[in-house]
Design a protein around this ligand. Structure first.
Ligand SMILES: [Zn+2]
Length: 319
């Protein structure tokens, strides 16, 4: 299962480049021109590379140009891009002169030709950023690639593909985010089997091979649990295996960070061979200096047990 549908690195706007990204968001290619020497400039800068003037103006341009150079990447430059292979990495020369790095879309690699006329394609990404792609001027490729609905909300919770469409909530809309706070638990997630094999693997990985986890015979004889039990931290980690039907997706962020936990309790043992499932609820939403912080209370139970085995108040930071 996927934890994040969009887990690719995104550009980080700077003071100099922000107007460029704002332009793309409005489906407009916007580049700088020097007001002293009329030189066209890309990438965004604070001074003119030709005459060093600081009097730079942002201008909307058509964004058209020609393919200056390209390469067909058949091995992903990062694992996160492996779904885009082959990637058509290109340098486009704008009609105003500057070159920019981009990706060609809507074209087969064999149809790329240096010098061909190209036009911009605005690729909207979940999380409020639009990227600039290019295609051939005569390609049937749409001018805008709309953002797919963001599915992940916390890095730990995603709806199953069969779930109804989620309500999208902008993390910049504090009132809407606050309306998510509720005492009501979600429905249960899928079930997941905590096998002895998994416990043994976690013991090897973590180095915590205490017999209460790894020696079924001794655990049967010497504990009240009737056998081995899972490590609390294993159950904590297995939240990634549980798809919580949250019913909403937070959008409009550049970065989402697992900020840790306000409270983590292992409230009941999980015997080896148990099926677990989980549910959650939004406990708190607050505006913080770096963005918006959501506290998601997660409960993991052994199936049929009213008492949870784990309670975690996970803090997620949207920036
Ligand atoms: Zn200049």
């Amino acid at each position: 299962m996927s934890q994040l549908t969009w887990n690719k690195p995104l550009p980080q706007p700077t003071v100099a480049s922000q107007p460029f990204w704002d332009g793309l968001k409005a489906h407009q290619v916007r580049i700088q021109q020097c007001e002293d020497c009329a030189h066209w400039i890309f990438f965004p800068r604070l001074h003119c590379p030709q005459c060093a003037s600081r009097r730079l103006a942002w201008r909307d341009v058509a964004g058209t140009g020609k393919l200056y150079s390209y390469t067909v990447a058949r091995v992903a430059t990062l694992a996160e891009f492996s779904d885009e292979m082959p990637q058509l990495l290109a340098v486009v020369e704008l009609d105003q002169g500057p070159h920019l790095n981009t990706t060609m879309v809507g074209l087969a690699p064999e149809n790329l030709q240096v010098g061909m006329r190209v036009r911009p394609v605005f690729d909207e990404r979940p999380g409020s950023m639009t990227l600039l792609r290019y295609t051939a001027v005569d390609s049937p490729q749409a001018e805008v690639i709309p953002a797919a609905p963001a599915e992940a909300s916390a890095g730990v919770v995603v709806d199953s593909p069969a779930a109804p469409p989620q309500r999208q909530i902008s993390c910049k809309d504090l009132a809407a985010m606050r309306s998510l706070v509720s005492d009501q638990w979600t429905d249960w997630s899928n079930d997941f089997l905590v096998s002895q094999q998994l416990i043994d693997q976690f013991a090897a990985l973590s180095g915590d091979d205490y017999w209460i986890h790894t020696d079924p015979q001794r655990a049967r004889d010497e504990t009240p649990f009737g056998g081995t039990i899972a490590h609390g931290m294993l159950i904590h980690a297995l939240v990634s295996r549980l798809r919580m039907p949250l019913g909403f997706a937070v959008v409009d962020f550049n970065n989402m960070v697992n900020y840790g936990s306000d409270r983590l309790r292992f409230t009941a043992p999980v015997p080896s061979g148990s099926l677990i499932h989980g549910r959650c609820r939004v406990k708190a939403v607050e505006s913080v200096k770096s963005g918006l912080q959501m506290t998601l209370e997660i409960a993991i139970h052994v199936l049929g047990n009213e008492r949870p085995s784990l309670l975690n108040e996970q803090v997620i930071l949207y920036m």
